[in-house]
Design a protein around this ligand. Sequence first.
Ligand code: NDP
Ligand code: GDR
Length: 369
Amino acid sequence: MCGGNRRLRGPSLPQKIALITGVTGQDGAHLARLLLDKGYVVHGVKRRSSSFNTARVDDLYVDPHEHATRFFMHYGDLTDATNLIRLIQEIQPDELYNLAAQSHVQVSFETPEYTANSDALGTLRLLEAIRILKLEGKTRFYQASTSELYGKVQETPQRESTPFYPRSPYGVAKLYAYWITVNYREAYGIYAANGILFNHEGPMRGETFVTRKITRAVAAIERGRQERLYLGNLNAKRDWGHARDFVEGMWMILQQPEPDDYVLATGETRSVREFVERAFACVDRRIVWRGEGVDEVGVDEKSGKVLVAVDPNYFRPTEVDLLLGDATKARTKLGWEAKTTFDELVVEMVESDLRAIEFEKPRNDPTAR
Ligand code: NDP
Ligand code: GDR
C-alpha cells in the first residue's frame, strides 16, 4: 500500500467521523470513497489475513508518517467484542456503517455457525458497544440488511412491509441483525437504521458472486484463457443495481432526522440467463440455449462451441427464485434513485474484466463457489 492521494489532505475543518466495518469489501470501498469526498474522516476495520486483503482501498491509503490523512485502518473482527468496544471507544464515530459480513449465500450453507456469529451476533456486539460506551446520543448506526430476508417471497415487488422468509443460514443471520437493530432503536433510543438492499454489483464485486463470475469468464473466454463457464441455477431472477449508487443511499439513510428502514432497489429484475446473454453480447457473441435442466448449455451461435454449462454443485439447498424491489419509500423520503441501468452495469463490468485479465495469472480453484 503506497502512494499519496491529494483529496485526503488539506485544511482541518470540523469533520464528521465515520467507522466502516467491512471496508475492504465491495461496498466498504465505495462508501469510503464517497465519505472521503464528502470531507469525512474515515476509519475502516480490516481483518488480519496471511495475504493482502486491502486491494480495493489501497489507493485511498496515505502513509500517516509522511502526510496528513483522513483514512485510517484498524485490525478487527466482528467476532471479537472487546476489540470492537475498544475501537469504538477510541474512534468515537458519528456514523457507524456495519458492512462486514460473511456475505456469500452458498458459503453460508457450509459455514452456518460462523455466518451466524459474524453476521447476527457481530451486529449485536456493535450495538452493545454503542450502549456500553453511552454513545446512544452520538453514534448513528447503519445495518447492511438484505433482500435475502424476503427469500421465499410472499409478495412481488418486495417493499419494507413485505413479510420476511429467509432461505439460507445467511438470510436467517441477517434476519436477527435486522431485528436487533430495530430493537436497539426502540429499546435504547439509538439512531439505528436498516438499509434493505437488493443485489448491487460492479467491477469491484467479489469474484465468486454470479455477475462477476460471468463477466470474468466472458473476458477469459474472449482472450482464450478459459474454455467454458459453469453455473448453477440459470433461472434465478435478481434486481441488480450498481454498488456506487447504493452506497449513496446508505449515507442518505443516516442523514434523516429520524432513524428508519428503507428498501434500495432498481425496480427491474433479470434472470442469470439474461445476464449471461448480455455479458457475452459485449464481446459480440450471441448465446443460444440448447437442452434442459442440468443438461442445458449455452452455445456460441457463430462457432458452435459450448461456452456455458450447468454444474449442479452450484445449486443451493434452498433457493431464492425471484427478487424485485420497490424503492418508493427511498425515492419519496430520501430522494434516492438507482442511476445506473442494467446495460451500463454489465458493460462496465465486462470492460473492466477485459482490462484486468491482461495482468492476471491463470487461476484454477475447483472449490470456488
Ligand atoms: P463483501 O463480501 O464484498 O465484503 C464483506 C466485508 O466484510 C469484507 O471487508 C470482509 O473482509 C468483511 N468481513 C467478513 N467477515 C468479517 C468478520 N468476521 N469481521 C470483520 N470483517 C469481516 O460484501 P459487500 O461489500 O458486497 O456487502 C457489504 C454488506 O452488505 C454485507 O454485510 C452484505 O451481506 C450486505 N449486502 C450486500 C449486498 C450486495 O448485493 N452486495 C446486498 C445486500 C446486503 P475480507 O475482505 O477480509 O473478506
Ligand atoms: P446472492 O448473489 O445469492 O443473490 O447474494 P449470488 O451472485 O451469489 O447469486 C445470485 C443468483 O445466481 C445463482 N447462480 C449462481 N450464484 C453463484 N454465486 N455462482 C454460480 O455459479 C451461480 N449460478 C447461478 C444463485 O443460485 C442465485 O440465485 C448476494 C450477496 O451479495 C448477499 O450478500 C446479498 O445479501 C444479496 O446478494 C442481496
